[in-house]
Design a protein around this ligand. Structure first.
Ligand code: GRF
Length: 213
């Protein structure tokens, strides 16, 4: 069985979706950079060991990342999953977990990297928005795309209503992508593309919830 370590910073709804998805893997630990992250309680309720490493008690980003990697490596993970982990990671950290570090970002990348993605989408007037699971590279929110899910943007949408609908898709998409990883079905090419091995014709297609189109 593959070992997975999940990193969080906050409420942990994606963490909860992953833990509820019956993925055939061992969730070895959940680590937060905020000791008060409510997601830690979700992990504990599932009987998963937790740790917190307060980034504010480190003198530099580099020192924090070294300590974080040491904590992660105790669990010998095959996969490190960022689930609402709100820290920019150093290139050394990212390189250490090359090909086994994934993130979910609440936009259809490459559109709207960074923060406040739903506001950005409303401001830009796009008609389709969504979320992306991708391998992490040193370039923030730019790594090879594993899977995406889309929702329609309605005229009356606000950042908040859009966030709510995208989050529903996040909770479907992330478990699916992690399942593909643990099944060994994700092929990451040197030119930064991801292919799903043994995909049926509909499998690689974006999830669009029926009510949204
Ligand atoms: C999610 O929208 C995720 O895409 C983004 O941060 C949010 C985390 O939410 N990176 P949660 O902690 O999983 O509820």
């Amino acid at each position: 069985m593959k070992n997975i370590v999940i990193l969080i910073s906050g409420r942990g709804s994606n963490l909860g979706a992953l833990l509820d998805a019956a993925i055939p893997a061992r969730f070895a630990a959940v680590i937060s950079n905020r000791p008060d992250a409510s997601g830690l309680q979700i992990a504990s309720a599932h009987g998963i060991p937790t740790a917190s490493l307060d980034h504010k008690s480190f003198s530099s980003r580099e020192n924090f990342d070294v300590a974080l990697a040491a904590e992660i490596d105790k669990y010998e993970p095959d996969l490190v999953v960022l689930a609402g982990f709100m820290r920019v990671l150093t290139p050394a950290f990212v390189a250490r977990y090359h090909g086994r570090l994934i993130n979910i970002h609440p936009s259809l990348l490459p559109a709207f990297p960074g923060l406040h993605t739903h506001e950005q989408a409303v401001t830009a007037g796009v008609k389709v928005h969504g979320c992306t699971v991708h391998f992490v590279t040193p370039d923030l929110d730019h790594g090879p795309i594993i899977a995406q899910a889309a929702v329609s943007v309605y005229d009356q949408d606000t950042a908040a209503t859009l966030a709510e609908r995208v989050l529903i898709q996040e909770h479907r998409l992330y478990p699916q992508a992690v399942r593909w990883f643990v099944e060994g079905r994700l092929k990451l090419t040197e030119d930064g593309k991801v292919f799903l091995l043994g995909a049926s014709p509909i499998e690689g297609v974006a999830l669009i919830s029926p009510g949204d189109i």
